[in-house]
Design a protein around this ligand. Structure first.
Ligand SMILES: Nc1ncnc2c1ncn2[C@@H]1O[C@H](COP(=O)(O)OP(=O)(O)OP(=O)(O)O)[C@@H](O)[C@H]1O
Ligand SMILES: [Mg+2]
Ligand SMILES: [Zn+2]
Length: 503
């Protein structure tokens, strides 16, 4: 005689969730408990947690041959989030909860040995998938309820213990009602008013923020490059509703979601230069998103750019071009979003001083420049050399503050949103080359100015498109419908050819 029962749960698959059916088969024989269907170690260990939790919650643990199958078998199952569904199916198969009631529900959650439930990663993605599949109610740990309830038209039934599952099946757990009032946007974090001097560099930062352009700061040690970059979030516009959902989904899958509901700040990711290529762009046997994906809708900051390994930096080229990363593992291909602003800081040469007072040999400088390949440098729309502020600038106090700049950035972004509606891009920096040439068509005089710079040979074709986009952003900051010659001249001044000469 065998008994079968099923429960529905979800597995994180890349940056989304996929439905998994837990099947339990109980039959006579020597007591055993095995889990099949591509489980990782954490899933196999689920047996011990489920057994202890059931006993501690005063359920009966069947002394039979138990087989748990997780289907589909081709999907790698990772982590402890299947515990609740395995326990649920086991309870139904042993007649301790009604199986017809269980069929209406999807279950996720990690069990602790005493029967309590712990929060899981990716509950927003799980809730979205559950709604897509037409599930009526999702049972999950209390800690995940606020996040899951961001999805409308899905009943979220929060539970604290395994024994609450019986109550959920009996319809005794009321759906979770979140306090959906969005936190007031507060641009906390460091402010531009701390900066002394750097009128030019702060202008570069403002243009970068206004158009979503990649920016590279280069200058001597201690002049304020890291300081500038860390102030970028303080001048970026608030996340839109869709962007906030995407940020929340990604951060939750990576396990560092805001504890309560919707993300309200743009991500600012600053990985150390020892990071691997897989850490940066994503990978692993169960593909997990990397820093570029976590920086989506925000900023990826690479401090000390020349210290990153060449392989790591090369891995950035594709995501920078496409706005997404493709990770292939065991015949499955995942496409992760990777739309971020790249901000980097570097010293101009190994001694860090650069220019006339540089003490490096030409050989050392050349070797250093080679580490930062031409193709990567080409992907920075704005190259800004940061000078040491003069004594009088230091005494003069702040040049501006973040609030003031954020207002101008917001106005420029609003103009772009209107122009780019329907293109899939939100700001000039997200336009690809052909879109840029089509949508940002400048007047003849400006086109000639750009053509001259191209003919001088210091601009690549990518550089040409990038200069065009930056010029458009500068005109947007100015509130001009047409790109003027002054706008283009400023944009071209931010293109520095490999080796340090101006374009
Ligand atoms: N322009 C500035 N205005 C105010 N403080 C500054 C400025 N530049 C540097 N400082 C001070 O010097 C410290 C070092 O600056 P920061 O770390 O930004 O330098 P850096 O250019 O990144 O140097 P490195 O190349 O060594 O990384 C800052 O924490 C700040 O206290
Ligand atoms: Mg620094
Ligand atoms: Zn030097």
């Amino acid at each position: 005689m065998t008994v079968l029962a099923k429960a529905t749960t979800y597995a994180i698959d890349g940056v989304h969730a996929r439905r998994v059916t837990v099947e339990v088969d109980i039959r006579r024989g020597l007591p055993s408990f095995c889990v099949v269907g591509l489980p990782d170690t954490a899933v196999r260990e689920s047996r011990e947690r489920v057994r202890a939790a059931m006993l501690n919650e005063e359920f009966e643990f069947p002394q039979r041959r138990i087989t748990v199958n997780l289907a589909p078998a081709d999907l790698q199952k990772a982590g402890p989030a299947f515990d609740l569904a395995i326990a649920g199916a086991l309870l139904a198969a042993s007649g301790q909860i009604p199986s017809d009631q269980l069929d209406r529900l999807a279950l996720v959650g990690e069990l602790s040995l005493d029967g309590g439930l712990r929060g899981v990663r990716g509950s927003l993605a799980i809730a979205e998938a559950a709604r897509r599949d037409g599930t009526t109610a999702l049972v999950l740990p209390f800690d995940n309820a606020t996040e899951a309830s961001l999805v409308s038209e899905l009943a979220v039934l929060p539970v604290r213990r395994l024994s609450d599952l019986a109550r959920a099946c009996a319809g005794e757990v009321p759906p979770f009602e979140a306090d959906q009032a969005r936190a007031e946007y507060a641009a906390e974090g460091p402010d531009l008013k701390d900066m002394r001097g750097h009128r030019f560099s702060q202008r570069a930062l403002e243009i970068a923020a206004a158009g979503g352009h990649n920016v590279l700061f280069s200058g001597p040690p201690g002049c304020g490059k890291t300081m500038l970059a860390r102030r970028l979030p303080s001048i970026l516009p608030e996340l839109t509703g869709d962007e906030a959902l995407e940020v929340t989904r990604l951060q939750s899958i990576a396990g560092h979601a805001a504890p309560r509901g919707l993300a309200c700040r743009r991500p600012f990711r600053a990985p150390h230069h020892t990071i691997s290529a897989a850490g940066l762009v994503g990978g692993g046997s169960v593909p997990t998103p990397g820093e570029v994906t976590l920086a989506t809708n925000g900023v990826l900051f690479l401090d000390e750019l020349a210290e990153f390994s060449t392989r790591t930096l090369e891995s950035l080229r594709q995501p920078l071009e496409d706005g997404s990363v493709t990770v292939t593992r065991s015949q499955r291909t995942h496409v992760f979003p990777a739309r971020f602003m790249l901000v980097a800081a570097t010293n101009p040469c190994p001694c860090g001083v650069g220019g006339e007072r540089c003490r490096c040999t030409p050989n050392e400088v050349a070797r250093y420049a080679r580490r930062l390949s031409g193709p990567l440098l080409d992907r920075f729309d704005i190259h800004c050399s940061v000078e040491r502020p003069t004594a009088s600038e230091v005494e003069a106090g702040p040049v501006t503050c973040s609030e003031e700049v954020r207002v101008r950035v917001g106005a420029a972004r609003a103009i772009q949103a209107k122009r780019l509606a329907g293109t899939g891009a939100h700001c000039n920096g997200q336009l690809d080359g052909s879109q840029a040439r089509r949508i940002l068509e400048p007047v003849a005089r400006v086109r000639q100015q750009l053509g001259d710079a191209y003919r001088r040979g210091t601009l690549t074709l990518r550089g040409y498109d990038r200069a065009l986009r930056v010029a458009r952003t500068i005109a947007d900051l100015d509130g001009h419908a047409q790109i003027g010659e002054a706008h283009m001249a400023e944009a071209l001044a931010f293109r520095v050819a490999e080796g340090g000469g101006e374009a």
